[in-house]
Ligand binder design. Structure first.
Ligand code: SF4
Length: 366
């Protein structure tokens, strides 16, 4: 496979040609499938280098920080890989109060974050109007609000968008409908995709993504994950390794590996040159250098934790999650050091998707 950086003529840096180059690179599907099946090989290394080059040309060296507030670990669902699943009776459940959530956001603003991510299990105790009020309070701090609270009613998504939330994360986890059904009892991939399209229509910056190394996953289904993210024109793509949790039905399955996860990060960058792609905490949890490797494979976002320390250990979708005992300001310092250590910089702007920003500026809404 010819590397992107070897054949790129160096002059074609407008957005249309970068997108076309990435798409052209992905067009050789048999070669891409072979590379996914051999993620430790030379082709995979070259592909990751190419994605890193495309990342620099499309979105630059800045890494965007998103302060993560995990405000409730209650969940009505029973996803087979997740430590928060409702059948996990060993977990101490918590809900932060609205005042605690806003106070965590204030802490994030004081640390210089421009975005907070409000994440929880699917917890209907946080009603649509309650979350809308929390969003309004946080908007008063001048922060961008990303929501990650799962499948809800379209009218709630609309309410939260009107309250000021700009982004929504909801991974599809796997684009294989049969595997999706097995992993998510009572849920369907079709509904998840339909809701992601609703979020797009509401003009959220929409994040999807998937796990790498799920039992039953194949190179074909992993490539289908990339195809789906591209079909949705996702503004954000979160990709992490599957890490088996001991309190789930998948406790004894082997987990995902760093090389294949970073390769999928690289493919996401080639598919969506302007996307916001995190170096996930899950990658950092299976390899101390996992996040750095993702940043060098096309990622440009990191998500330091703002959840009060008291609750962090109880928000473990997967086990052995890093940074459970660090204070928020320690996380800020640690992550900044990692970014600078790679010769990259920490972004100081809100970090919107450039094409979304262009569209909203044209409408006078950003
Ligand atoms: S993955 Fe999300 S929806 Fe599924 S059980 Fe875990 S927290 Fe709930």
């Amino acid at each position: 496979m010819e590397a992107f950086h070897e054949r790129h003529d160096g002059d074609r840096s407008d957005s249309a040609s970068l997108i076309a180059d990435g798409a052209e690179f992905l067009a050789d599907r048999p070669a891409i499938l072979r590379t996914i099946a051999a993620p430790g090989g030379e082709d995979a290394q070259q592909l990751r280098m190419s994605a890193n080059l495309l990342r620099r040309r499309a979105v630059g060296d800045a890494v965007h920080l998103r302060g993560l507030i995990e405000f409730s670990n209650h969940c009505r669902n029973n996803c087979c890989y997740c430590g928060l699943r409702r059948d996990n009776r060993r977990l101490a459940r918590y809900r932060m109060t609205p005042a605690e959530i806003v106070s965590a956001a204030e802490r994030g603003a004081a640390l210089g974050y421009r975005t907070v991510v409000l994440q929880s299990g699917e917890d209907p105790a946080f009603t649509g109007p309650m979350l809308a009020e929390i969003i309004r309070e946080i908007k008063r701090l001048g922060l961008v609000v990303t929501l990650s609270v799962g499948e809800r009613e379209p009218r709630e998504y609309e309410l939260w968008r009107s309250a000021g939330a700009e982004r929504y994360l909801m991974r599809h986890e796997t684009a294989d409908p049969e595997l999706y059904g097995r992993l998510h009892p009572g849920q369907t991939l079709a509904k998840r995709i339909a809701l992601l399209k609703v979020l797009k229509q509401l003009d959220y910056q929409v994040g999807t993504g998937f796990m790498v190394g799920l039992p039953g996953q194949t190179p074909e289904t992993l490539l289908a994950d990339i195809d789906l993210a591209r079909e949705l024109a996702a503004e954000m793509v979160g990709i992490g390794p599957f890490i088996p949790h001991p309190a789930t039905p998948l406790a004894d399955s082997p987990g995902g590996i760093v090389d294949q996860t970073c390769l999928m990060v690289a493919l996401a960058r080639l598919a969506l040159p302007y996307a916001l792609i995190p170096a996930t905490t899950a990658l950092g949890s299976i390899d101390p250098q996992g996040r750095e490797l993702a940043l060098e494979s096309g990622a440009n976002v990191m998500m330091p934790n703002l959840t009060p320390r008291l609750h962090r250990a109880d928000y473990q979708i997967y086990p052995n999650k890093i940074c459970l005992n660090e204070e928020a300001d320690h996380c800020r310092g640690c992550i900044t050091g990692r970014i600078l250590g790679l010769g990259r910089i920490v972004a100081d702007d809100p970090g919107h998707h450039p094409l979304w920003l262009e569209r909203n500026q044209a409408l006078g809404q950003a």
